[in-house]
Design a protein around this ligand. Structure first.
Ligand code: NDP
Length: 483
């Protein structure tokens, strides 16, 4: 039956007046903003408007940041009681909540993600990470990790562009709670919320040098990774760069955690609640434009429900609102960069070439900026590039299976192992499937749910170590007992 119930949304734009963006930024070192030498532009990917000029961190900037982090570690932070450290983390969390609207607007302008997501997901979760780890700061000996744990010292942290503030929180909060000081590099295209966070550190009167932020590109990241004054490296990004970092760190005494790519299977068994599954298939792949390492990018449908799921999925996808990220009704925003858009286009073209069938939701894409319509490919086989490689965009590859075991085998047929989803009304089947799936995070009858108490991380080429929960905390401590 044709869907006659349709209505137009009135525009609901969020105001950008709440943020003030400086024309040029430096680095945050030793509690102060210091001028950079070279700069590069950061743009709004939805409009291609230049927002500001960001400093390109050089060797001397990284040296200064590491020196400042070491000094703060030796003279202040490592001497402070956990209770006092916790107070600073609580203070940071509360200020982030107070300035939540500012953070959300800035994130949306710089990243292209819908304001609804930065406001309701990124910023609240980032504050929650600080609250959660503030609670651990004075209870480390009760975390079940041993009673003689110690911080590593100075942590070098490199983060990607898909969840700029949230990834900062995942890295900085546990590091500080455990007693480390940090040198953090945000991604080249999304530095603005990290620089606003630096202001929060000043406002919270965090001792100078505990948090240092050096902006820049991959070359700045490499300077941090290879710096002899760093004790621990924490990286989130592509598997390709993760391998370069692993090789660089291997001959050193540095401790390392890597959160890398994924190609998650979202498996729908014949007894699933189809309408609920369709809703979360959409959330699983189109949340944050599909720029999510744990995105449910491979949909595995049991053959006898495939037709019904696909028909309902297309109806639902046609209702996704694509466009201005600052509009509170927008579901799918801009692709973060021209480079990423080219990568999505290239892999989608490979899908066409290898014989899969493309269907894109009918929608009007804005003339300026970087956009890609929500898309699915059916008739995908396991050898297709779009079934094996991370597209990191709003593109879903659909495969089918006959028996539950075939579904599991196909799900595990990937070099990655970050996350997976299971859809079934039978608890026993959910438990059976989750025990066989090689993935660090498994959602049952839901998808993309995050919480600071819950460890997150992968197997195989998806990385080493966990972030969040006690497991994530342990990565920032040495002498951890694993009994
Ligand atoms: P990268 O791995 O290239 O970048 C991640 C971070 O590492 C950025 O801050 C980057 O700097 C920095 N970096 C780049 N090269 C080096 C290096 N040699 N040594 C140290 N640091 C370095 O990911 P991108 O952001 O470019 O995204 C590319 C692909 O990575 C995506 O298409 C996606 O597949 C995957 N990805 C996975 C994520 C995940 O959460 N698992 C998150 C983001 C991306 P800069 O960006 O400033 O150049």
């Amino acid at each position: 039956m044709e869907d006659k119930l349709s209505f137009e949304y009135a525009p609901a734009p969020e105001s950008r007046a709440v943020v003030s963006i400086k024309p040029k930024y430096g680095h945050f070192i030793g509690g102060k903003f210091v001028a950079g030498t070279k700069h590069f532009p950061t743009i709004n990917p939805a409009t291609e408007e230049t927002l500001s000029a960001i400093a390109l961190g050089s060797k001397s900037d990284v040296d200064a940041a590491v020196k400042s982090a070491r000094k703060a570690y030796v003279t202040t932070w490592s001497k402070m009681s956990g209770k006092e450290r916790g107070k600073y983390l609580f203070r940071i969390a509360r200020i982030m909540q107070e300035r939540a609207r500012e953070f959300a607007v800035l994130e949306t302008l710089d990243n292209g993600k819908p304001i609804r997501e930065s406001r309701d997901v990124d910023v609240p979760l980032a504050a929650a990470h600080f609250f959660y780890h503030a609670g651990w700061a004075d209870k480390l000996e009760f975390a079940g990790l041993g009673t003689s744990t110690k911080p590593h010292g100075v942590a070098g942290q490199i983060i990607p562009w898909n969840f700029p503030l949230l990834m900062l929180a995942w890295k900085v909060a546990p590091a500080l709670a455990a007693g480390n000081t940090v040198v953090l590099k945000p991604a080249e295209t999304t530095s603005l919320t990290a620089l606003l966070f630096a202001e929060v550190c000043q406002q919270a009167e965090l001792p100078a040098g505990v948090v240092n932020i050096v902006t820049g590109d991959g070359s700045t990241g490499a300077l941090i990774v290879n710096h002899p004054g760093i004790d621990k490296i924490a990286f989130t990004g592509s598997t390709e760069v993760g391998k370069i970092i692993a090789r660089a760190v291997a001959p050193t005494k540095k401790s390392i955690t890597l959160e890398l790519g994924g190609k998650a299977a979202n498996i729908v068994f014949e007894d699933a609640a189809i309408d609920e599954a369709v809703e979360e298939i959409v959330n699983g792949i189109f949340f944050n434009q599909g720029h999510v390492c744990c995105a449910g990018s491979r949909l595995l449908l049991q053959e006898n429900v495939a037709e019904e799921v696909l028909s309902k999925l297309k109806t639902r996808m046609a209702k996704i609102r694509v466009g201005d990220p600052m509009d509170k009704n927008t579901d799918l925003g801009a692709i973060n960069s021209h480079e990423q858009l080219l990568k999505i286009r290239e892999l989608s073209a490979a899908g066409d070439l290898e014989g899969a069938e493309r269907w894109s939701a009918p929608c009007e894409l804005p003339g300026k900026g970087f956009w890609f319509a929500p898309t699915i490919f059916t008739g995908v086989t396991q050898s297709h590039r779009i079934a094996r490689e991370e597209i990191f965009g709003p593109v879903l590859s659909v495969l089918t299976f006959r028996t539950p075991q075939e579904g599991i085998d196909k799900a595990n047929n990937t070099p990655f192992g970050l996350s997976a989803g299971i859809w079934s009304e039978k608890g026993s089947k959910v438990l059976w499937a989750s025990q066989q799936l090689r993935a660090g995070v498994i959602w049952a009858n839901t998808f993309n749910k995050f919480d600071p108490t819950s460890p997150f991380g992968g197997y195989k080429e998806s990385g080493w170590g966990r972030e969040g929960g006690r497991h994530g905390l342990s990565a920032y401590l040495k002498g951890v007992s694993h009994e």
